[in-house]
Design a protein around this ligand. Structure first.
Ligand SMILES: NC(=O)c1ccc[n+]([C@@H]2O[C@H](COP(=O)([O-])OP(=O)(O)OC[C@H]3O[C@@H](n4cnc5c(N)ncnc54)[C@H](OP(=O)(O)O)[C@@H]3O)[C@@H](O)[C@H]2O)c1
Length: 249
């Protein structure tokens, strides 16, 4: 087991990539705390993990609110004693042309994808520093590295997240804390259901990947597991593309 007796906090763990990561981490021996704003999807995943014999709790909250982030960390430590792994996966898509992006949309996308990740990192760092160990995996996107129409807020937030990864990797390397990003291309999740419902757009996007298809949540979860675990003991500050070749073009 790659995460035996480790404790992981996974944001956005009720759906998509976060839910797949929670299930996989639990199978690999971790106790998992999953967070999100809606309780129902979190409870569904927790029940599933517990029914399979794993350990999981749901902590609802909004990563764009500092107090919620601090409470997520407190409740996780209260339930499981420590946090070894933080997966910053919660995210908002909301693609729109730049001249149609309101302050509210910009703030929501950047406030969730970039500032939310920072808030949680800030909240877990004291515990990880006192343990002398920890692994943080940020779920960014190929759109943080490559341009796409409509992705001004989203792409800027993910590029910022990748740079946060590099800076914190350097800042905390001597304290035993590793920080990495996983950058997926398009993955089958609720986030892009409306795109997949649009047949022509879906075909165009599939073809843009050299491998000719979207990824699965489990394919991303396996990359997150690698970076979170001791398999990646000498990897820090990396942005790992898991993208069917999207960024190789
Ligand atoms: N799907 C893709 O093609 C793709 C590609 C590249 C990167 N990604 C990234 O992968 C990550 C996971 O997305 P997904 O594709 O799995 O989509 P998803 O199913 O929509 O997952 C997003 C999760 O984030 C949670 N969330 C959103 N805003 C939140 C907030 N303010 N506070 C707390 N939780 C919040 C959502 O739960 P609530 O709504 O209940 O809060 C949801 O569980 C995101 O960071 C996304 O940008 C996805």
């Amino acid at each position: 087991m790659k995460l035996k007796d480790r404790v992981a906090l996974i944001t956005g763990g009720g759906t998509g990539i976060g839910a797949a990561t929670a299930r996989l981490f639990a199978e690999e021996g971790a106790a998992v705390a999953i967070t999100g704003r809606r309780k129902a999807p979190l409870e569904e995943v927790v029940n599933e993990i517990q029914a399979a014999g794993g350990r999981a709790i749901a902590v609802s909250g909004d990563v764009s609110i500092t107090e919620d982030c601090e409470r997520m960390v407190e409740e996780t430590v209260g339930a499981f004693g420590r946090i070894d792994v933080l997966v910053n996966n919660a995210g908002r898509g909301m693609l729109a042309k730049a001249d149609e992006i309101s302050d509210e949309i910009w703030d929501e996308v950047v406030g969730t994808n970039l500032s939310g990740a920072f808030r949680l990192i800030r909240a877990v760092l004291p515990g990880m520093v006192s343990q002398g160990a920890g692994s943080i995996v940020n779920v960014s996107s190929v759109l943080g590295q490559t341009g796409m129409k409509g992705a001004a807020a989203y792409g800027a937030s993910k590029a910022g997240l990748d740079q946060l990864t590099r800076v914190l990797a350097v800042e905390y390397a001597d304290r035993g804390i590793r920080v990495n990003s996983v950058a997926p291309a398009w993955v089958h999740t609720p986030m892009n259901k409306s795109v997949r419902d649009h047949a022509t757009r879906y075909e165009q996007l599939k073809e843009r990947h050299p491998m000719g298809r979207f990824g699965t949540p489990d394919e991303i979860a396996r990359a997150i597991l690698h970076l979170a675990s001791d398999e990646a003991a000498w990897t820090t500050g990396a942005v790992l593309s898991v993208d069917g070749g999207w960024t190789a073009v």
